[in-house]
Design a protein around this ligand. Structure first.
Ligand code: 5GP
Length: 190
């Protein structure tokens, strides 16, 4: 099997990494396919099963953990489990494509450690914690409690940035998109 490259985008929730990942997926020169994670939370807004996530029950998620089906998994928030199924990476490699991940910092670093040469691990840095809070509130798909839970986690996650291969500052979106495109292009054509 042709083993493609692994491109990891990690950041605190609200940093804009999902926007960057979606933009890169539209760039044909990068030959990317999105790694659809399994998640034990309910779909939000317009999210679709099998496109944004494989939405599964907590029980089903735990069965996959036991069967060692995951390349990595995390209880990102209490009782909200997220993970990358090994079968997902194999599906994408079989298509002859590179894999792009939108995952939390712990999961991102785990993939980097498992495949050090093949992986480009990118950390997306938001302008500030206050801006993060503003973006999450603007998105308003979640309760105040859940937003506060995400903010508390963000400060811990920001401290892991130096462990990544590259840090992209998402202060000005068009600049961040261009920087991300160039970085990934250089890495996949190596
Ligand atoms: P959300 O609920 O906002 O979609 O995602 C919450 C967090 O979980 C985000 O930081 C997201 O990137 C992360 N996440 C999504 N999928 C995975 C995964 O497969 N593994 C890990 N470790 N984190 C994930």
């Amino acid at each position: 099997m042709n083993k493609g490259k692994l491109i990891v985008f990690s950041a605190p929730s609200g940093s804009g990494k999902t926007t960057i990942v979606k933009h890169l997926l539209g760039q044909e020169d990068l030959n990317l396919e999105f790694s659809i994670s399994a998640a034990s939370r309910d779909p939000r807004g317009e999210e679709v099963h099998g496109k944004d996530y494989y939405f599964i029950s907590l029980e089903e998620f735990k069965k996959h953990i036991k069967a060692e089906d995951f390349l990595e998994w995390e209880e990102v928030y209490r009782d909200n489990f997220y993970g990358t199924l090994k079968s997902e990476i194999e599906r994408i490699w079989a298509l002859g494509k590179n894999v792009i991940f939108d995952i939390d910092v712990a999961g991102g670093l785990r993939i980097k450690h498992k495949f050090p040469e093949q992986t480009l691990a990118v950390f997306v840095k938001p302008p500030s914690v206050d801006e993060l809070k503003r973006r999450l509130k603007e998105r308003s798909t979640e309760s105040e409690d859940k937003i506060n839970m995400r903010i508390a986690k963000a400060s811990v996650e920001l401290a892991t940035a130096p462990q990544f291969d590259v840090i992209i500052k998402n202060y000005d979106l068009p600049v961040a998109l261009e920087e991300a495109h160039q970085l990934v292009k250089d890495f996949v054509s190596k």
